[in-house]
Write a new protein. Sequence first.
Lengths: 649, 170
Amino acid sequence: MSIDMEQFHGVFFDESQEHLDSMEQQLMDLELDNPDAEQLNSIFRAAHSIKGGSGIFGFDALTGLTHIMENLLDRARQGNIQLNEAMVNVLLETVDLLKKTLDTYKNKEEIDQNSIDEGIKTLELVLADESQSDTAAEALDKGSDDIEGFGFFESDTLADTVDSSPTDTPDTDTEEVEGFGFFEQPKPVTDEDGFGFFEAMPIKPEGTNKAYGFHHKNIGKSNAQGKASVASTSATPDKNTPSRKASEQPKKATESASIRVDTGKIDSLVNLVGELVITQSMLAVIGSEVTGETEEKLHSALAELQRNTQEIQESVMSMRMLPMSVTFNRFPRVVRDLSSKLGKKVDLQIEGGTTEIDKGMIEKLVDPLTHLVRNSIDHGIETVDGRLAAGKSETGTVILRAEQRGGSIEISITDDGAGLNRERILSKATENGLDFDPNMPETKVWDLIFEAGFSTAVEVTDVSGRGVGMDVVRRNIETIGGRIEIESTLGKGSVFRIHLPLTLAIVDGMCVSVGDQIFIVPLVNIVESIQPSKDQIKVISNDNLLWIREQYWPLIKLHKTMEIDNAINEPDKAIVVLIESSKKRFALLVDALVGQQQVVIKSLEKHYKRVTGVAGATIMGDGGVAMILDVESLAGLVKPPSTEGKKHD
Amino acid sequence: MTNTQMSQDNQSYTDADSREFLSFVLGEEHYALDIMSVKEIRGYESVTKIANAPAFIKGVINLRGDIVPIVDLRLKFEIGEATYNEFTIVIMLNVMQRIVGIVVDGVSDVIRLADEEIRPPPEFGVAFDSQYLLGLVPIEDHMVILVNIESLISSEELGLVDTQITAPQE
């Protein structure tokens, strides 16, 4: 292979990956009794594009597989064969195989020719089966408007150059079937702009119907809504609009709505803008010292600079944002496979797929979310019998939802299954030798399942139940600055809620001073700041407690934790910041509040290592370094009161 | 401590088997490290303390946007007196994709050494454990101790690199 070609490989891999994802998506969405022609076309086109690309680059395994797949899909879209469940399964397996093969090519590894041959054979078998029944279908064609209608419809909406109708439907039949074949829609679908990330198919004959086109583009966003639109549109045949091809033209105009940029470039841009913000705040500090004639001019220029840098920062940060659907889209498949494997009926609903979140977090969310969804289906949703016995509907529901709440994102996985079983968790905890208080509140009990080595599944399946998951889930979420909480009612279901910061790169913080150092407390964790009076301070076994708002708050002295001398030690002379973390609430003693500020998070680990109580560092306006506090690990420093039985090392 | 000259005159600069070292002073002792790992040399500036760190880790500074730890080797190896004034020098090292600053009493010279000039390190007698040493070189009337800076910086003893994976520290 020539070196010249190699530079295009990356693009081919990326695009093929997208094609495969969209194929999977659409196969999942396909309604077998009444397949949407446009969808079939789109699946076919995806296979065709991969075949074409792999042919050019000499990825023969891919070409071979997609070729036979294309044959099958071609027949399906022309109405020669009716796809059934088994065939969709084979196709999905082929998609998996293609993904694997694609990765193999990407990593320049040896191709497993056996599995390829096997995949081809399976497909050929399906194809051969269908050819036999083909003649029967053809016979049926003559009399059935339905089938002819589909045949005509599909051949007419072909994306490719297959203009001549390859079906055996004679043109003269048109009049009979126009209700099926023609959905008037000369308008181009321009709504996909917002979804530019997925645009990879250069020719999209969205010539059918707006609702249809929308559905496809929307797949990235929400399947549940999409399905509804298919149902409604297929029932609205419209008047005859013969020239469908004309509508293909304007479609191309929206082609270049997005460009592919190496993430490394965006990351370095984000870093540079971070530097810019720091430099700008340094300038602001210097500028405030200037007096005399130039003072006013300088100040207005600095104000302008501040506004501009802020805008640059915001728009650069938005480049890193991706819709949650990028992650959510994989779940219909996960749910489908898993529920059929477990013999359960599960309906997955996805909400808020358009919620945008930092790319870095999306990648790290995939594993925890997959685990939680699998968990909900395996442990949460009961078997069909179990559900009926409990007086519930046969089909369980799992809702995957993302929404933005102020400065944070909340992702929840809701199921209407059995809910967490307090007794079983506690007995399991005893079995595992965990230390706990049997009377502790439910939320504490639920937290036990995040302990390492914990599993309540009666049987260990290959799906879940090995207890290696939930502690990893929590750890993964904590590494991206999030927290997870559980809400569960026995017999009704559970909700797993993940709270995440909007972005990993900047944080809204309160600057506090302790001794001669500045620390940043993330604003989201601050409840309030007060100057306590003497009678609010209680001492229990050398630990200070604060009595505020009818509650005792354990007091952490920041100067002690951070080993800083010459700080104020008496709480009534200093300031306490009331802090809420996912685990605990506590009060933090600091010398004074300095001000609120957006700070760029810099990694301490890059050149040093993790420091307890510190989430990272930032650079202040004077060029000095300030530590950003990690309230979660500070909360870990709070001595658990004797009523709490959590393991403490 | 001033060292006037330590360059090896008899070394040709095109010698492929020779390497350049930056020599520095800790207390009374002369050390040298591979110059390729030196990023820059700068004066000591005020640092931001890190909690729960040993005394020889002075803290972190902002090096053009990077948060970089500063280690005082004098404190670590109990050589000389750890004083900080306008003459205190920090050598910024670039080791294993990390930047680390080390505080020394002074930087003396760049010396070029051929491999055969380097004697094996003694088992004892210097502040550094011999595993962090490359060897010894006699230069004029004193010994220069060549430090394997990479193994020193990455050593568990210095604790600059996370050794455990994710074990909670509390």
